[in-house]
Design a protein around this ligand. Structure first.
Ligand code: HEC
Ligand code: HEC
Ligand code: HEC
Ligand code: HEC
Ligand code: HEC
Length: 397
């Protein structure tokens, strides 16, 4: 008898708890998403005349665009090992994915709002139309070319089997800047700051050359075999050129010009051996490096004697420095503005007669070794590429 009562009590108690939490949910202050990067591009139907949104499908008729895009960093924006490592951290909020897989089709959950406006408390609903295959493709053809369920193009041609609508404002540098410019302190220890768009707007290229002119080089070619030549644009989105995997080829642009001073071939004891390397941001329409604050250039001078003993070294750096705890704060930034130049000098006082070699190495780095170790990135994740490498023979007589 008593056990029966106990069970009834438990059931009633259970009902009360469920009822109370439901009331609590209803009472929760759910705030709408407001910031651009909190939102996705709305769900897109497959445009009439096509069978799929997959890049490979577009590639059946646009083979060159597909081959170029496939090796671009955009195609790695989801699968990238560092991105995946960061996403797994509890400190990474949901909004991280909106620039990396921008279409709702690519996202597993639909975010309806934020409890108390807190980015760590999104109200989630399962996305029944989630397309896992499209997710893998990161920033894919459809991310830039499909809106309102049609293909957005530069001419609105009627030669295509799919409806094409001309929208040159959408396919302008504004599209690039929608993702390549963010300056937000999301939480005290999480800052999203890359200001490539602002750097470009403040610099000498604004109104002269834009993101597309430099990163999507124009070329006359057939965009679909058999349809005749027209104006087209390379889709490599060439950038830093630091590959995402050592097995992936990427296309790179070189922002810096290097102007080494000539060294004399022989010196006397007590002479100062002076060598300088002038570096100029000659080709980029924004700072170099730009974007991710972890990027930097390292400039390393090393002087050795005939036995290979290192007599002197000097290390310089172009990049930002940040402190993340207790508050995210930029400590310094000596990135080179467009057309800015800087000279790095190495000086050594010759002490005795000997043959010396000076090596000068400039690397463009994705991040430093500690950050890579912290994210447990393996050896097949390249951290840098070499952009200048010279050795000079010097004799002290
Ligand atoms: C069955 C073949 C076929 C498929 C599949 C296809 N296209 Fe096209 N597309 C064409 C043809 C043909 C043209 C017009 C060619 C020309 O103008 O020379 C075209 C034109 C375009 C244009 C230029 C439109 C303009 O305004 O000038 C864009 C952009 C485009 N396609 C993107 C895509 C994307 C993105 C996909 C995949 C989601 C795709 N296409 C799939 C055949 C195809
Ligand atoms: C939907 C957001 C989005 C849009 C739109 C976008 N990008 Fe990107 N872009 C990214 C992300 C994210 C990455 C980095 C992916 C990674 O490293 O995994 C990237 C990478 C790049 C890189 C390579 C960076 C490197 O390290 O080498 C270049 C160059 C680039 N984008 C240029 C452009 C240009 C030009 C446009 C406009 C035509 C554009 N992007 C539009 C998000 C976007
Ligand atoms: C990051 C955004 C972005 C991605 C990703 C992208 N495109 Fe484009 N695409 C553009 C822009 C911007 C233009 C227009 C350039 C202009 O006219 O100034 C363009 C132009 C085109 C054109 C018109 C002809 C030309 O080359 O100018 C075709 C066709 C096209 N893209 C196909 C594709 C296909 C296929 C994919 C995927 C394999 C793809 N694009 C991925 C931004 C993108
Ligand atoms: C005048 C040509 C030019 C213009 C305009 C330009 N870029 Fe670049 N961009 C470059 C060059 C060159 C590099 C390679 C810099 C280097 O050596 O790393 C580069 C590098 C990049 C990178 C890779 C990050 C890095 O540090 O290497 C991104 C991302 C990028 N650009 C995005 C953009 C966006 C977005 C715009 C428009 C707001 C834009 N670029 C405008 C020439 C240009
Ligand atoms: C406003 C759009 C935007 C948002 C939001 C965003 N990213 Fe990115 N992410 C980018 C762009 C653009 C790049 C390429 C930067 C460059 O190369 O200049 C990038 C590059 C990256 C990279 C590659 C870095 C490298 O060295 O190549 C990682 C990892 C990354 N993002 C992680 C994140 C995480 C984690 C979050 C959430 C805290 C996040 N992103 C939110 C736009 C965004």
């Amino acid at each position: 008898m008593r056990i029966k009562f106990l069970i009834i009590y438990i059931i009633i108690f259970g009902f009360i708890v469920v009822y109370m939490t439901q009331c609590d949910n209803a009472r929760k202050n759910i705030q709408p998403l407001t910031k651009s990067w909190e939102k996705v591009v709305p769900f897109q139907e497959i445009p009439l005349g096509l069978a799929s949104l997959d890049a490979e499908h577009c590639g059946a008729c646009h083979p060159d665009h597909y081959e170029e895009w496939k090796y671009s960093t955009h195609a790695q924006a989801w699968t990238d090992l560092q991105f995946q490592a960061e996403l797994k951290k509890e400190s990474s909020p949901f909004l991280c994915i909106n620039c990396h897989i921008p279409l709702q089709n690519q996202q597993e959950f639909i975010i309806e709002g934020l409890i108390d406006g807190d980015i760590y408390q999104p109200v989630k609903r399962k996305n029944r139309k989630f397309d896992k295959n499209l997710q893998q493709e990161g920033i894919t053809c459809a991310s830039c070319h499909v809106r309102n369920n049609v293909i957005i193009g530069p001419t609105g041609t009627d030669k295509a089997p799919h409806k094409s609508v001309k929208d040159t404002l959408h396919l302008s540098e504004q599209l690039c800047i929608s993702c390549h410019n963010a300056n937000a302190y999301v939480t005290p220890t999480l800052a999203c700051t890359f200001e490539t768009g602002d750097e470009w707007k403040a610099g000498p290229y604004y109104g002269v050359k834009n993101c597309i002119d430099c990163h999507m080089v124009p070329i006359i070619r057939e965009i679909t075999p058999g349809y005749g030549e027209r104006l087209s644009h390379l889709h490599y989105f060439a950038g830093s050129g630091i590959p995402k995997l050592d097995t992936l080829k990427t296309h790179s642009l070189q922002g810096l010009g290097f102007y080494p001073s000539s060294t004399e071939e022989s010196y006397s004891i007590n002479d100062s051996i002076i060598y300088s390397l002038r570096v100029k941001n000659e080709f980029a329409g924004h700072k170099v490096p730009t974007g991710d604050p972890e990027r930097f250039f390292s400039i390393k001078f090393e002087l050795k004697n005939e036995n290979g003993t290192i007599l002197s070294t000097k290390n310089d750096r172009i990049g930002e420095r940040w402190e993340w705890y207790p508050l995210a704060k930029k400590l310094s930034d000596n990135n080179l503005l467009p057309n800015e130049e800087r000279t790095f000098t190495f000086v050594y006082k010759a002490e005795k007669k000997e043959k010396l070699t000076l090596s000068v190495l400039v690397n463009k780095n994705r991040m430093d070794k500690e950050t890579a170790d912290y994210n447990k990135l393996e050896d097949n994740y390249p951290l840098f590429i070499t952009v200048f490498n010279e050795t000079y023979d010097i004799e002290v007589k």
